[in-house]
Write a protein that binds this ligand. Structure first.
Ligand SMILES: [Zn+2]
Length: 365
């Protein structure tokens, strides 16, 4: 945890320094060359510096310890800081678009010197390297804000490159194409900003957990001694790398409370050590001598569209009682009617029984 924050902070600081330097150089050489595109490019770098500062502040705020008022910590602040970065990128994109359209109406042709070309070339290389570095660090430390900044830096390299193209065309053809290039690139900046924005909003609304991770967690739990099956994994995200949740496990019906206690602890420890996720564990008792009947009931259940699985088969022959969990997808909307259909079909196999069907929601894969 400590490493992640430090790495994100250091990466962001490098971004701030590089962008402020690039912005200053482009402003000076943009004015000398009389190129709106180059000045605009500099302004864009300044917005990147601001983005990095926001990322920095976001990580600092997010790492605050949980307290009485916010027992889940402050991890989700990082989604807000990404939204702020996205907003800055969108504003920069809109500004670039307006400036590009305006330059259609000014007939002035920019006059690039050798220095202008040299400075912009350095800026292009710097932005490519910065973009790659940000994306690498962002992936390594699971920071959407860093990845977002990295993507932005890559676009900036293209933006700067286009001003070189514009300069070359101005020299050899004597016309200005800054406007056309500017419009195309503005749309790319806007697209990047909007994608960032929606990504963070989706995190806040609540995403389906990464299916590779949810499958892996269930498989790991399934391997633990005494666990027959693991189901109903729910993960609540409280910021990158922070989640709590619950899982239900099937254990043999002959297990004592002591044995269940031990298995439960093992499940929690295994998952916490591997994923830093604290899981609450629910228990289903499974009498494996009734597997034949279970298989037939499950077969009937799974023959219906929209049923993804069944588990927690619990049969009491003396009380004529059967309960089970049925995992359904989001296409089954009328659960009451569907439960009646299933009960009618079960009754052919187990006449006179009371059936209790719990529908599980498809929260994770
Ligand atoms: Zn269940």
């Amino acid at each position: 945890m400590q490493n992640r924050e430090k790495a994100i902070s250091n990466t962001s600081l490098i971004g701030v320094g590089a962008n402020v330097a690039l912005a200053a150089l482009k402003a000076i050489f943009g004015v000398i060359a009389g190129s709106v595109a180059v000045i605009m490019d500099g302004v864009n770098n300044l917005s990147d510096a601001l983005s990095s500062i926001v990322t920095l502040v976001g990580v600092k705020l997010a790492k605050r310890k949980p307290n009485q008022k916010h027992p889940f910590g402050y991890g989700r602040i990082e989604y807000f800081s990404t939204i702020i970065v996205a907003t800055i990128v969108i504003v920069a994109g809109c500004t670039a678009l307006i400036e590009a359209i305006k330059s259609f109406f000014t007939k002035s042709v920019p006059n690039y010197s050798a220095y202008t070309f040299a400075i912009i070339s350095i800026a292009v290389v710097a932005k490519i390297l910065l973009g790659l570095y940000f994306k690498k660090q962002g992936k390594k430390y699971n920071s959407d804000a860093l990845i977002a900044s990295g993507k932005d830096a890559s676009f900036d390299a293209i933006l700067s490159l286009s001003t070189i193209v514009g300069g070359v065309v101005a020299i050899f053809a004597g016309v200005s194409i800054d406007g056309v290039l500017g419009v195309i690139i503005s749309f790319f900046i806007l697209k990047a900003g909007l994608e960032m924005l929606f990504d963070s909003i989706n995190h806040i609304i609540g995403n389906r957990p990464d299916s590779a991770i949810s499958r892996e967690i269930k498989a790991k739990i399934g391997e633990i001694d005494g666990v027959i099956g693991a189901y109903d994994l729910v993960l609540h995200n409280y910021g990158p790398d922070r989640a709590i949740g619950s899982v239900h496990i099937e254990v043999p019906s002959h297990f004592t409370a002591d044995e269940i206690h031990r298995v439960t602890q093992k499940v929690q420890k295994t998952v916490y050590e591997a994923y830093s996720v604290f899981l609450t564990v629910g228990i289903y008792s499974v009498d494996e001598t009734k597997n034949d009947l279970r298989d037939r009931i499950f077969e009937i259940t799974k023959s219906h569209d929209g049923v993804l699985g069944a588990h927690a088969f619990f049969l009491n022959e003396e009380e004529k009682f059967l309960s089970l969990d049925v995992l359904v997808d989001f296409t089954i909307t009328d659960r009451v009617a569907f439960a009646e259909t299933l009960k009618t079909e079960y009754a052919e196999l187990l006449p006179g029984y009371l059936f209790v069907i719990n529908f599980d929601v498809n929260y994770s894969d």
